[in-house]
Design a protein around this ligand. Structure first.
Ligand code: ADE
Length: 236
């Protein structure tokens, strides 16, 4: 069976959305991965099909019910696949976790809406909470799409040889160096000389220096981690 994403959501019609296009969309059509949006409302038990309710303790918004999410997970788990809730409270998503998820059988994603999900189902099911960044979306669906896009491009056969994952500077803990294409002179701006020199060693060294400079300037956190790694294993 191909890598499978089951997405539990109140808005199944949002999928595949952007995942139906470009690299992920072509891979989906080829069957390199499978996407199964699951309507959480189907697992509602009362006659109003309610999936959420007011928070105990008061306050604004609605909380998604534990029993509904539990029933959906009971019916729709995938053998050995992690079960993940997308929430701004989660651990930040990293390329490392993305690579681990892509190497497994797939994922079951729960998209939260409203104020969140009843804590008891998160604990009872041992759900992993993941955030895609320090900002708040109106729901987990776009976050689920981000996570899936990042995983799918790592699946075997999805990326062409031109786009080598291992050579990406990010996989080495650095931000990407700048890119240039034709025309060589545009609005008075020339492409850096070294890139048209034909000297591949010098080009590689220039790119490495630029990736390091940009990482140092923009992301002191990544830079510190990169330096720590370089000191532990100087040949890497
Ligand atoms: N749901 C709402 N905001 C989110 C975020 N930043 N990451 C993951 N899921 C979310």
């Amino acid at each position: 069976m191909s890598w499978t994403a089951r997405v539990l959501t109140l808005f199944p019609e949002m999928f595949p959305g952007p995942l139906g296009h470009s690299l992920a969309g072509r891979a989906l059509k080829r069957g390199d991965w499978a996407l199964e949006p699951i309507d959480l409302r189907y697992f509602a038990t009362d006659r109003h099909r309610s999936v959420d309710d007011a928070p105990f303790g008061g306050g604004a918004g609605m909380v998604m019910r534990a029993d509904v999410i539990d029933a959906a997970l009971e019916a729709k788990s995938l053998p050995d696949a992690p079960q993940i809730v997308l929430t701004p409270r989660g651990r930040p998503l990293t390329q490392r976790r993305v690579a681990e998820l892509a190497a497994g059988p797939g994922v079951v994603l729960v998209c939260g809406r409203y104020e969140g999900i009843d804590q008891r189902v998160i604990e009872a099911r041992g759900l992993e909470e993941i955030s895609i960044g320090d900002y708040v979306l109106s729901g987990g669906e776009p976050a689920a799409m981000v996570l899936l896009d990042a995983c799918v491009r790592l699946l075997p056969g999805v990326m062409g040889a031109a786009e080598s994952v291992l050579e990406e500077s990010f996989s080495q803990g650095l931000l990407e160096y700048p890119h240039y294409t034709r025309p060589a002179l545009w609005k008075g701006r020339a492409v850096p000389e070294v890139l048209i020199s034909g000297n591949h060693a010098e080009i590689a060294a220039w790119r490495r220096r630029e990736a390091e400079r940009i990482t140092r300037e923009r992301r002191p956190d990544l830079w510190a981690a990169y330096r720590a790694l370089a000191e532990a294993a100087p040949t890497a």
